[in-house]
Structure formats: C-alpha cells, structure tokens
Design a protein around this ligand. Structure first.
Ligand code: PLZ
Length: 454
C-alpha cells in the first residue's frame, strides 16, 4: 500500500477570532452579488486544502470532517488527481463527447462497469451532478419498462432539480415553495431502526413498503424503486439487515428497476466500493457522483446493458457529461483509492469513531444525549436526543446538534449535521485523513458534546 503524502501541515490552527479580515471582506463582496438562496455553513473562505486540512484566506487551518459533503474522499488536492487534471487540461478541456469523443470517457465506463456490484453485462453514461444521474436513471427505467410510477422513501434525498425534488422527502429547505413537483412519484416507509415504534426486522419493514406499493400503486405500474442504501441527508439511516435484499428481490420478481442511489455512499466511503455490497445487493442501475471525481464534477449511471441499451441513440447525453478533465480526475482518483486502500482506511475510521462515541456515551451516563451511533466506514453519525431520554422517548435534540456543530467550528473543526429532524451530527472525513488529525477532531467533538449536556 502506498503511503499518503501531505503538502500542507496536517495540524489544526486557529489564529484568533474568525472570520478574519480577508474572509469578512469577501463576505461583504458576496452579499451584493451572490443570491441569498445559496447559504454556506462555514463563514470563512478557502485558500488551500489538502488531506484533512482546509486553510482559509486569513491563515486559519480547519480540520475537515465533511469533505465538501462526501466529495474529497482522496483529499481536496490529491497529487495524482492534480497531475491528471493538469495534463488533460493542457491538451483539451472539452470537445463534447456527443460531438467528438475521446478515450477518457470509455476508460471511466470500463472502470465503473467493473467496480460496481454484479458481474453481468453493464453499460455506463456520464453526467455532471448527482441529481442529473438520478434523473437519467429514471428516464432509462421508464423507457425500458414502459411504466411511469417511481417509488421513493421517507427521509430520502436525491437532489434539487424538479424531478429529484419530488423524490426528496424533506420540505425545508429543499422543496418549500418550489413546486409544482413532477408527477408519478410515490413515497413509502423506510426502515429506520432507531425510530421504529416497535422493533421490526428488515424483511418486515420491506414487506410494509411492498404492501403499500402493491395496494396504492400496483406493481405493474411501477418503473423503478430508487433508494439510498444508507440514507445521507435524511440522517445517515442504515436500514435493518434484510431490508434492501428483500426490496431488490421483490423488484426483480415484478419487473421493477432497482436503482441504488450511491451518490453519497459510493467510492470507498462506507468501507466498500459501494454500500450495496454490504448486503450483497446487485442494483439494476447505480447512480454515482461526489467521490468519483476527486472534487471535479462528474456523475454516472451504470446498469444492466439491456436497460441502458434500450434507449434510442441520442436519447441520453448533455453538453458537459463526461467532460475530459473530469474523466481524467476520476481515473486518477480511483487509482488513488486503490493505491491507498481507502476501503480499509474507511473501516479503520469507523472503528476509531465508534470506540470514541461508545466511550463518551458511557461517560455521560444519565446525561447521555447520544441516542445512537450508526453508519458504515467513514459515513458515520450520532443521532442526538434530549438528555436522560436516550432509551425511552428519543425526543430529537436539534438544539444541541446545532450548538455542537457551532462549538466544533469555533474550535476549528468542520462538522456537518443532517437528518429529517435536524438532530444528527455526521462525520464524512476525507479518507486520507491521518489518525492523529481525526483524533484531534474527535477530541473537539467530544468536548463540544460534554459542554452541551452541562
Ligand atoms: N443523491 C444520495 O446525497 C447530494 C447535497 C446537499 P448533486 N447530497 C448533498 C445539498 O444541500 O444540496 C445527493 C445525495 C444523494 C443525490 C444527490 C444530489 O447530488 O450532485 O448535489 O446534484
């Protein structure tokens, strides 16, 4: 295994109160020119980033436990990605694959057909964003099945475009006042073990969803089920064991396309190339983005050749999809994932974080607010509940969640939150983060949780 080299010193350093003068000035400039609808959770502006460190324009170094929402798994300036981008850009930045094609696109498709679960014949199409991949997976499923209905789940997140907004569950901030939404989208219950009224097996939770589909939609009308194997924005929800395989088997028996949205969970994030693998699920179509490109915008759908080849020539595409620079970045990022064995690294991160959260929950005793630690690999989270009620009421604790994230940031650690109830602290560190830096970040997180319960 290759050793990870860092360009920036991997050390947290907050020089004083922030945002510093340069960030504050940029923020002022921003206010009159950038639309207010785009919000940033961190008030400083980035100058440089490498490994697990983000350095701002005033010289502060933050520990990055968010990876730009699970994007920079190989780091924000992985040497191989940087070299590949420079080399490709020096030759041609764009010619449009739909006009004059090039090898990089094919090479990425070869990699994805091989890396994704299942050894059946597959085809790939490249796009730019996660939402675009999901939209196209649905286009393919509808055309190939000649059916309209799409099934999505409670707590789902699939994007912000019109069709993907309809698939996304949470109204605020994603959907409120942005309708009308795309038709023929149906929502069914997810398996959310921590919040089930009574314990229910994965197979039973799947059957609950299947019954609803059969009774309310009719299986013969369903083109596709789209599901995140581990839900991201919805709260890092890992369905009960058996849930995903049962749904996938039902889909297969009923001619329904099973689409796994692995935009957030893909590319070593969960300690496997894809989260579907943890339960041996082989999706008909898999959507990918984020980690795939080492930070460059690239997304993809890979799926059964018979489904993807059903589409008429010219039916799929887009100006920038599979841009040559993004393809070069993806090939380099995938090489780095292999060279640094980032699946093993993600598993190691799960162990480090899990042990620390278990110890903290015990230490907090009666004041424990960690309702559950869950997730896989470097896609892990704690769901926070009101103090003293961890085992019983499970009342969501959004206030402390916000306060903890703010306290972490104040100390120089970037931590993201998520969840339908806004009460989940999630950790998505770059997979190349050092143990030392990760532990420093976790020290800060633990202190912030201790302070919140005082
Ligand atoms: N599918 C599973 O996680 C993106 C976006 C957060 P795009 N999630 C983070 C935000 O506030 O916009 C995501 C995802 C899953 C699809 C998407 C959409 O990917 O690249 O943002 O379009």
């Amino acid at each position: 295994m290759a050793e990870i080299q860092y360009r920036l010193e991997q050390k947290r350093a907050i020089l004083g109160a922030f945002p510093g003068p340069k960030s504050a000035a940029l923020n002022e400039r921003r206010k009159s020119v950038v639309a207010g609808g785009v919000a940033s959770s961190v008030p400083v502006y980035v100058q440089d980033a490498d490994g697990g460190i983000i350095k701002d324009v005033d010289g502060n170094s933050f520990i990055d436990l968010g990876s730009g929402i699970a994007v920079t798994s190989v780091g924000a300036s992985d040497a191989a990605v940087v070299a590949a981008v420079q080399e490709q850009a020096a030759h041609f930045t764009h010619t449009c694959f739909m006009v004059t094609p090039y090898e990089g696109y094919i090479a990425v498709a070869e990699e994805l057909n091989q890396l994704t679960p299942g050894d059946h014949e597959k085809r790939t199409v490249l796009f730019n964003s996660g939402a675009e991949a999901v939209e196209n997976a649905i286009k393919v499923a509808r055309l190939a099945t000649d059916r309209d209905a799409i099934v999505a789940f409670d707590h789902a997140y699939h994007g912000r475009t019109n069709l993907t907004m309809a698939l996304t569950a949470k109204a605020m901030p994603y959907k409120t006042n942005f309708g009308p939404f795309a038709p023929e989208i149906y929502r069914v219950p997810m398996s959310y073990p921590f919040r089930e009224a009574t314990e229910i097996k994965g197979e039973e939770a799947a059957q609950r969803a299947i019954t609803m589909i059969e009774k309310q939609i009719g299986s013969e009308s369903v083109a596709a089920i789209v599901i995140e194997p581990i839900q991201g924005e919805g709260g890092f929800i890992v369905p009960a064991e058996g849930f995903l395989p049962t749904l996938a088997a039902w889909a297969k028996d009923n001619g329904v396309v099973f689409i796994a949205d692995e935009v957030q969970s893909g590319f070593c994030r969960t300690g496997a190339w894809f989260a579907s693998e943890h339960e041996g699920v082989v999706p008909d179509i898999i959507t990918m983005a984020k980690g795939i490109g080492g930070g460059m915008p690239l997304s993809a759908i890979t799926g059964r050749a018979d489904l993807l080849d059903a589409v008429h020539p010219g039916g799929l595409g887009g100006t920038y999809g599979g841009n040559p620079v993004a393809c070069a970045a993806a090939l380099a990022a995938i090489t780095s994932m292999r060279e640094f064995d980032l699946n093993a690294r993600a598993q190691n991160i799960e162990k480090i974080v899990g042990d620390r959260m278990a110890a903290l929950a015990e230490e907090l005793g009666e004041n424990n607010i960690i309702g559950e630690f869950r997730g896989r690999g470097a896609m892990v989270a704690i769901e926070l509940v009101k103090p003293g009620t961890a085992a019983t009421t499970k009342e969501a604790n959004a206030e402390d969640t916000k306060a903890i994230a703010a306290a972490c940031l104040g100390a120089g650690v970037i931590i993201l939150t998520c969840g339908t109830y806004g009460n989940v602290v999630r950790l998505l560190p770059p997979l190349v983060i050092s143990d030392e830096l990760l532990n420093d970040g976790l020290d800060v997180l633990c202190d912030a949780i201790r302070a919140a319960v005082k």
